[in-house]
Design a protein around this ligand. Structure first.
Ligand code: NDP
Ligand code: KPL
Length: 298
């Protein structure tokens, strides 16, 4: 699918990931319409070379949107898609490309019901970014996405071409998305301890993580992911190498008392495990604890 020369672009969900992508687009002269929940005059991305300020305002009323756009980036949490649906109705026509910047392997299923048949492009978001108390976002790694190879991938490639956010296109997107899901699943253990990446240097947490990752790997393979036996160790090695104070977005939500993406990051392994008849004893412990931390009661 080709994009018009000056495509119109909107970003729904100007949080940690959304601000990073909005800043990348803005630096390349492709400033998106920013659609959020909280009003801000501008967005600020903290990067090594200083701040990137993206002019706003952040729009908060979907009824103000009078025209659909060519490309929408969706960067709300998976728990916020339903509430963000009025933005999707206002911004999307049948030909609008909707690129979902979320964790998980179910972006299409989650977002498509709120669209007028627009094509949905899932992505793998590799970089850590965190919201700071002053509402700026701290980009803590190299901005990088992986996209599946589809007829509309070129639209996103063109939009992000020459920006600080690099994009890889994967022939086997399923395997890459599941690999990232394994990383996210084990990161969920940080919610249960209230600790950051430094906790993975403990031998007992390393052993638990490896066992959990092997369980997730069995489910990923049953879902068609081609991932080797070395993947659990590689993911744990990654956590060992992270700065000790690096968190994860689900921990940030826990600490802010927000709903957690427990279902798309952890519950998914238990759900698919059940459908394939694969035992998931670690998920059976971890998932109810995360679900209760998120949704209560109590
Ligand atoms: N942060 C990270 O390092 C990474 C995150 N991810 C994934 O990316 C996705 C986005 O995460 P992240 O950026 O951290 O999330 P954030 O919570 O930082 O951002 C979500 C944004 O969506 C806004 N929002 C909430 N509800 C609505 C609504 N109804 N309409 C419009 N905007 C709304 C929020 O507004 P408000 O300011 O009011 O809360 C916030 O600006 C998640 O799936 C996450 O798992 C993937 C890789 C890394
Ligand atoms: C930072 C990262 C990449 C690792 O878990 C992430 O996906 C998140 O925080 O949600």
């Amino acid at each position: 699918m080709m994009m018009s020369e000056n495509p119109t672009i909107a970003l729904v969900g100007p949080g940690a990931i959304g601000t990073t992508i909005a800043a990348a687009l803005h630096e390349a002269g492709r400033t998106p319409t920013i659609c959020g929940r909280s009003a801000h005059e501008h967005l600020t991305l903290r990067v090594d070379g200083g701040d990137v300020v993206v002019p706003g305002p952040v729009r908060t009323d979907p009824t103000e949107i009078k025209k659909t756009v060519d490309l929408v980036f969706v960067a709300v949490k998976s728990t916020q898609v339903e509430a963000a649906a009025p933005w999707l109705s206002a911004l999307c026509a049948a030909q609008t490309v909707v690129c979902v910047l979320q964790n998980g392997v179910e972006q299409r299923t989650l977002v498509a019901p709120y669209l007028p048949g627009s094509p949905v492009l899932p992505s793998v978001v590799w970089f850590p970014a965190q919201r700071e108390p002053d509402a700026s976002v701290w980009l803590r790694g190299k901005a990088r996405l992986t996209l599946p190879d589809t007829p509309m991938t070129g639209v996103v490639l063109a939009a992000l071409q020459g920006t600080r956010c690099s994009v890889d296109v994967a022939a086997d997107f399923t395997s890459i998305a599941w690999r990232k899901l394994l990383q996210n699943a084990v990161a969920g253990l940080m919610v249960l301890t209230g600790r950051r990446a430094g906790m993975f240097s403990r031998d007992d947490i390393t052993d638990l993580s490896l066992a959990y990752l092997r369980e997730c790997l069995a489910v990923a393979r049953a879902e068609g992911a081609v991932l080797g036996d070395e993947v659990p160790q590689e993911i744990v090695d990654k956590f060992h190498a992270f700065p000790a104070d690096l968190g994860t977005s689900i921990l940030a939500d826990r600490q802010a008392g927000r709903p957690l993406e427990w279902d798309i990051r952890n519950g998914v392994v238990q759900r698919y495990g059940r459908s394939h008849g694969i035992p998931t004893p670690i998920s059976d412990l971890v998932v109810p604890l995360l679900a209760a931390a998120s949704d209560g009661p109590g």
